[in-house]
Design a protein around this ligand. Structure first.
Ligand SMILES: [Zn+2]
Length: 323
């Protein structure tokens, strides 16, 4: 199914090859496209008391002239040699590029192997997660984004670090009361939501009561932010839900949840610097707040051709300020 293949292509697969040490592997040859991310790696290492200097080992990072099993990158173990797929690289956000280079340098410079441990909520413990992945593990991205980045950077340089507080969140739908809210926009029985609110403020809540999700043949998509930047929730028929960030036309998937049907209510709450997402009043995921004012909200159900699905409707939509 081509749509799913497309989904998985953003998950930053990586392959390892056993190389043999070259005698002359002390040259530093890094394509200009990758240099900034190598420098970030050196800076993050230094911030954790680790001095990285490639003058002794050399470093070769280059584009591949072939695609290997759809991998975004690969590393020759035992050599400081990383190869990146050009088509995949071009499609990545800045954050994903950093993730990919950090992961590959985790192999090449820090001599780390893949580590596929997960927290109770299935979030990965390490950005060194990789082959072999089994079952729904294949669908789950590393949430290397926003406030979680610092933990993954810490773990990269010290894999025995303690679990972060976000691995066990305690947000609940009844953390706030109706009296804490001030209604800004209200809609009822509409085929979709398409709003351009103003002056929403930093703390707000969007509540969508939906009908007919189970009849949607392809995707039900909620986006909010400015239109070109912000966050998305994409519920795919027969697959599950991706939550992610929009970055000027590029997408970063940051969380997978198996919900694909039997959902009646979606709540997005931005409060105290955090976004909380609830499905039918249960916390699904929490992530950063929007870095700008909310000016665009869209919820639509579409078939494989992009046409709106007439059997889907929004029974009610409320946008509230949280006081
Ligand atoms: Zn890898």
């Amino acid at each position: 199914m081509s749509n799913i293949r497309f989904l998985l292509s953003g998950l930053l697969a990586c392959l390892l090859f056993n190389g043999c040490m070259k005698d002359n592997a002390t040259e530093y040859v890094v394509d200009a496209d990758f240099e900034e991310y190598v420098q970030r790696f050196i800076i993050e290492a230094a911030a954790r008391g680790m001095e990285i200097d490639f003058s002794d080992t050399g470093l070769l990072i280059e584009y591949s002239d072939r695609i290997v099993d759809g991998a975004s990158g690969y590393c020759y173990l035992g050599e400081h040699h990383i190869v990146i797929d050009k088509a995949e690289w071009t499609a990545l956000t800045d954050t994903q590029k950093e993730y990919l280079i950090f992961h590959e340098l985790g192999h090449c410079e820090l001599n780390r192997r893949h580590k596929n441990d997960q927290f109770d909520n299935l979030l990965w413990k390490s950005l060194m997660r990789g082959d072999p992945l089994i079952g729904t593990q294949l669908n789950i991205p590393v949430p290397y984004h926003g406030f979680r980045k610092n933990y993954y950077r810490n773990e990269l340089f010290n894999e025995y670090i303690t679990a972060p507080v976000w691995s066990n969140p305690s947000f609940a739908i009844d953390d706030i009361f109706q009296s804490d809210k001030e209604l800004i926009i209200e809609r009822q029985n509409t085929p979709r939501v398409f709003e351009a609110p103003t002056e929403v403020g930093e703390n707000f809540e969007m509540e969508f009561q939906i009908n007919g999700l189970n009849s949607v043949p392809f995707i039900t998509e909620l986006t909010w932010g400015t239109g070109s930047q912000g966050f998305f929730v994409r519920i795919y028929r027969n697959f599950g839900t991706y939550i992610g960030a929009l970055e000027n036309g590029k997408d970063q998937q940051i969380f997978y949840h198996p919900t694909k049907d039997n959902l009646n209510k979606i709540t997005v709450r931005q409060r105290d610097g955090m976004t909380q997402l609830f499905f039918d009043n249960n916390l699904i995921y929490h992530f950063d707040e929007l870095p700008f004012n909310l000016t665009n909200i869209k919820l639509e159900a579409k078939d494989g051709t992009g046409a709106l699905v007439s059997s889907f409707s929004v029974e009610s939509f409320n946008l509230n300020k949280i006081l």
